[in-house]
Design a protein around this ligand. Structure first.
Ligand code: DAH
Length: 338
């Protein structure tokens, strides 16, 4: 079956008007299938060439080829136009109004314990102390032995201390920040003035007043002629900075293996005495173990819990608030950024 030139012209006309009439890229896709696809009239015209006698084949082949290329270029030109239209539309629809007020991004706050630690560091830096740190995974020797805590001391038993496997490695999660005292004395010659804040661990259940992961701050001073009066004066200064100028402190005789004499330090706040921490004059045995001449130097040390400090100062009644650190809780302490 063959095709006349005028039939071919009609096909081309139909294709061109369909191409021109396509309003967007999805319409032109359909037009392509219908007018340029395998089953389109143009394709059929091409196929019909096969059945023509040889002399007509060449001549009519040229005509069909020209028709196809006319339709193809019209198609390609229209696609370019439609793409440009789509891009313009997208630009318009996605236009950003830079004058609109931006949505507020809510900033997290520093954890109140971090804010408190920064505050304490600043306070002692102002007194000429250095901030010292040690690892939370600590050697049993530094956490206990070097502090004169004997092997049978209750603090060492399984119920308090997180021992870390393999047990032969003799590593524990430090139960207090006091090993940082030893590290400092082994690494530095006196005079020593350091403050050591950090995270500590004990096998306690989390409840309203306890948490197995807690924080302490340790102070250590070793110098010539240091006495208990220096300790008391320093604790008063510290307490007043934490709880206000009206706060009072008192020392109660106590026992710690690493201090002699030892005391508990309490402060009087909002009408009651609150236990704050432990303190004392560094035990000469500890100084000697660290190679410090006890004829020339003496020192004091203290250590207290940061959670307790924070809870009393801010009237926080549940430890869960500190541990969970919900942003609604932490934000009430301000952002703490500096
Ligand atoms: N390390 C003690 C504890 O965790 C607290 C303490 C007591 C620290 C007396 C000291 C100190 O530096 O002198 O309970």
């Amino acid at each position: 079956m063959s095709l006349t030139a005028s039939e071919l012209a009609t096909i081309v006309k139909g294709a061109l008007s369909a191409i021109a009439g396509a309003g967007d890229l999805s319409e032109i896709k359909k037009v392509k299938i219908e007018h340029l696809g395998d089953k389109s009239p143009l394709a059929k015209a091409s196929q019909s060439l096969g059945s023509l006698p040889a002399d007509q084949k060449a001549e009519f082949g040229k005509v069909v080829g020209a028709a196809k290329s006319e339709v193809n270029s019209a198609f390609e030109a229209r696609v370019l136009e439609l793409e440009a239209l789509r891009d313009a539309k997208v630009l318009l629809e996605e236009k950003v109004d830079v004058t609109l007020p931006a949505p507020k991004i809510s900033k997290g706050g520093l954890h109140p314990l971090t804010i408190l630690t920064n505050e304490i560091n600043d306070l002692f830096l102002g007194l000429g102390y250095r901030v010292a740190e040690g690892p939370e995974l600590e050697s049993e020797w530094l956490n206990f032995d070097a502090l004169n805590i004997p092997a049978d001391h209750p603090a060492r038993t399984m119920q308090d201390t997180f021992f870390v496997e393999p047990l032969e490695a003799k590593l524990v999660l430090r139960t207090h920040t006091s090993p940082v005292q030893i590290r400092t004395m082994l690494e530095n010659k006196p005079p020593i003035y350091v403050i050591c804040p950090g995270r500590t661990y004990r096998a306690d259940e989390l409840d309203a007043t306890h948490t197995p992961v807690f924080s302490q701050v340790e102070g250590l001073v070793i110098d010539r002629g240091i006495t208990m009066a220096d300790l008391k004066g320093t604790l008063d200064y510290f307490a007043q900075a934490m709880f206000g100028p009206e706060v009072k402190t008192r020392l109660r005789p106590s026992f710690f293996p690493f201090t002699e004499p030892s005391a508990e330090v309490d402060f009087f706040f909002n009408g009651r005495w609150v236990e704050w921490g432990g303190c004392g004059m560094v035990n000469p045995k500890v100084l000697q173990a660290c190679g410090i001449d006890t004829e020339e130097f003496s020192g004091f040390a203290f250590g207290m819990g940061l959670e307790r400090t924070l809870m009393v100062r801010h009237g926080i009644t549940d430890m869960h608030d500190i541990v969970e650190a919900d942003i609604r809780f932490t934000q009430s302490f301000g952002l703490g950024g500096r």
